[in-house]
Design a binder for this molecule. Structure first.
Ligand code: ADP
Ligand code: MG
Length: 702
């Protein structure tokens, strides 16, 4: 059976001995299927002639030459052979580093095929990186057509990623053998109508052509076919995962609680608010209400611009859960943020009769015991806290809603752990870092998504300015003016304390300098991750109350912190921060009715990347646009929450580059699943690559 043959070891390929099997094993190629899907990283087109005279018009020369003369230069171990050659267009020199044996082969008068990268040096066209293949001595002066020659000429050659002990020629040889032995029997892995609609190649042909393309056009078709296949199976996984959720523990539709409608807790909260919900907030609430009324558990991602009021939306969800006799938890990544949520909850929800607890790792033993008792007995309706919410000894009577704020700050296991405290609870994940469309289609593609695009009325866009480090005094002067008007300011630094190795400003030294030298008339304070919670809390509290006007910090203030009277954000060494951090930091201001400002202070040694990031920040306010730019700059593997999973570790497809294709595969895969929920082909699991390389999908989003 083919499947078994494909999963068998490399040594089943003719000519692959134990040594080759061992060496390939080191690059993760252990089976026939893995060898066949060990795709080239590039191709060298040796099918078309590129004359020596055109060496700088193309990446490489590919021609037939006559050997003119030999020469040696250098001495001792450095003695090196140099061979002069000529084709119909020009003369050139081959510098044969470490290849003295070529002396015997490249004798004057002989003709050979030549492939190499050339440059103009010391008055001649030279190459140190070339390959030659001798033509038979009887060969007539006219030579053969290029296509008719030996192994590595006259065709488009694959270039594989290598490692020690593995050579291009070994891989080329084994892959060729493998294809000869198995390819013709490979079945198509995509449904025929899809292949026809997209003009894709049959699987066997695509696989052969990706390794040994007969021509450029077929190579492109092969790439498209295999990329489509990868994305298709990725989306099939996404679609299946979404379906599984739906079928998972389908529960009795929760009873309508007596208080729903006009008397509902949600309604009563809205009446108490000094403002009304924005359109985006109302839509999100409507969507999650619908989810929570449905017979399968909610799995919703709430995306919203920084400051768009996601917290309030999550409170609305909590009210619905609690009204029906359930318990809700709101989990935040830092104690600072958890406390802020707890305080808001106390202010807004306690007057409605809710019993709220605040649970973090710092809770002292006595109070903690009582609190855990109350959670277990159901005397507490809502717990707000950090990862302490899912500590081993914490039990809930009836946990029915889990809210994960700043979801990307939590690992997969942590999200699992909190979900496991309930009985398939509803899940609401919140993300302030907008998720680019590509990722929404893949990594988060099985979640329902709500997006809040609007900000509460009256907010003015933050004015962003770039400033050189050398003109920081002007920035300080401007901020002094704002402080005098009664506003507050953040100063953010990349380091907590001075580091002798790095020529960077740090929060500690700058806190001193700002307090003593620059803003002596105002009160400032320092907050960073190494302070103890109590100190952090006190500082934040003073800042929130306006008793401290200047908050000097590291990126701990990045997430969530909400102080509407703060109008100035200064980020020094801004080029050191990633785009999403910069966007988050800037989002700390512009939260009230006053005009706010963000100063990105950069040092003189700017890298190109740093420059691009600052430019993106200057020109964009929309978090979704910034997130797309971030994705382009860093690639999907770098996006927080994904690098840890090894997910999107695709062989050929690049979801960012191939987004149009991705959207189509998604449509197709979802449509197929709808008709045939069991759609599957066993071979796919081996050859499609995606499944082989990726951890189970569920690990990422749940
Ligand atoms: P984020 O979405 O960044 O988590 P928050 O939930 O912290 O935003 O809300 C930001 C601020 O906006 C808070 O001070 C909150 O009270 C306020 N807010 C939320 N919704 C509204 C609204 N509809 N109208 C006016 N202010 C609002
Ligand atoms: Mg928030």
């Amino acid at each position: 059976m083919l499947l078994r043959e494909l999963t068998a070891g490399i040594d089943h390929i003719q000519g692959a001995g134990p040594a080759a099997a061992r060496d390939l094993g080191r690059v993760g190629v252990n089976s026939v299927a893995e060898l066949l899907t060990y795709y080239p990283r590039d191709w060298e087109d040796r099918s078309r002639e590129v004359l020596l005279g055109d060496f700088n018009k193309s990446g490489a020369v590919c021609t037939t030459v006559t050997i003119l003369a030999q020469d040696w230069f250098g001495s001792g171990r450095m003695r090196t052979l140099k061979v002069y050659v000529e084709d119909s267009s020009a003369r050139a020199a081959l510098v044969c580093f470490n290849r003295p044996f070529l002396e015997k082969q490249l004798v004057p008068g002989r003709r050979c095929r030549l492939w190499g990268r050339f440059m103009y040096k010391y008055g001649e066209i030279q190459s140190t990186s070339f390959e030659v293949e001798l033509l038979p001595e009887t060969d007539g002066a006219a030579g053969q057509p290029l296509g008719a020659s030996g192994n590595n000429f006259g065709r488009i050659l694959p270039v594989y990623p290598l490692s020690k002990d593995i050579t291009q020629n070994l891989l080329r040889r084994l892959v060729k053998r493998g294809l000869e032995q198995y390819a013709s029997r490979l079945e198509n892995e995509l449904p025929l109508p899809v292949m026809e609609k997209e003009a894709l190649l049959p699987k066997a042909q695509a696989l052969c052509a990706i390794h040994f393309p007969p021509d450029q056009k077929t190579l492109e078709q092969a790439k498209k076919t295999l990329i489509y296949e990868e994305l298709f199976y990725l989306e099939l996984m996404v679609g299946r995962r979404a379906m599984e959720r739906r079928n998972l523990a389908s529960r009795a539709i929760p009873p309508r609680a007596s208080g729903e409608g006009k008397n509902s807790l949600q309604h009563r909260l809205l009446e108490r608010l000094p403002f009304s919900l924005t359109q985006g907030q109302s839509n999100a609430v409507a969507e999650l209400n619908q989810d929570m009324d449905s017979p399968y558990p909610m799995a919703r991602l709430l995306q919203g611009e920084v400051g768009s009021g996601k917290t309030l939306v999550s409170f609305m969800a909590a009210l619905k859960a609690i009204e029906r006799g359930g318990q809700a938890v709101i989990m935040a990544p830092t104690e600072l943020l958890a406390r802020q949520h707890a305080e808001n909850a106390a202010k807004l929800l306690e007057p409605l009769g809710l019993r709220i607890a605040f649970l973090t790792g710092n809770l002292k033993a006595g109070g903690r015991g009582a609190l855990l008792g109350a959670l277990a007995s159901g005397d507490i309706d809502m717990a707000v806290g950090t990862h302490a919410l899912f500590s081993k000894d914490v039990a809930y009577k009836n946990l029915s809603l889990v809210v994960v704020d700043e979801q990307h700050r939590f690992g997969v296991l942590q999200r699992h752990a909190i979900m496991a405290k309930g009985n398939t609870p509803d899940l609401l994940m919140m993300s302030a870092t907008p998720i680019p469309r590509t990722l929404a289609l893949t990594v988060f593609g099985d979640l329902d998504v709500s997006v809040i695009r609007d900000l509460p009325p009256g907010r003015k866009p933050v004015r962003t300015h770039l400033a050189r480090e050398s003109s920081e005094e002007r920035v300080y002067a401007f901020i002094r003016g704002e402080l005098e008007k009664g506003r507050q300011a953040y100063f953010v630094y990349p380091l907590i304390e001075a580091d002798a190795e790095k020529d960077l400003k740090d929060a500690q030294s700058m806190a001193r300098r700002l307090a003593e030298k620059i803003f002596p008339a105002f009160r400032s304070a320092l907050v960073h991750s190494r302070l103890d919670e109590e100190e952090k809390r006190n500082t934040m509290e003073l800042f929130r109350r306006g008793e401290v006007q200047i908050l000097v910090a590291t990126s701990v203030v990045e997430v969530g912190v909400d102080v509407p009277n703060a109008t100035c954000m200064t980020i020094e060494h801004a080029e050191r921060f990633g785009l999403s951090a910069l966007h988050q930091l800037r989002g700390r201001v512009g939260r009230g009715g006053e005009q706010s400002y963000c100063f990105l202070v950069y040092s003189d040694e700017l890298t190109d990347d740093g420059k691009t990031r600052l430019k993106v920040m200057l020109e964009n306010h929309d978090g979704f646009v910034i997130a797309e730019e971030d994705l382009k700059l860093r690639g999907p593997g770098q996006i927080i929450g994904i690098e840890q999973s090894g997910y999107l570790n695709l062989a050929l497809a690049n979801p960012v580059r191939d987004q149009a294709l991705l959207e189509r595969t998604r449509e197709t895969a979802f449509a197929i699943l709808k008709d045939d929920p069991l759609f599957n082909r066993p071979e796919n699991q081996i050859i499609a690559g995606v499944l082989r390389r990726s951890p189970p999908f569920s690990d990422l989003t749940l």
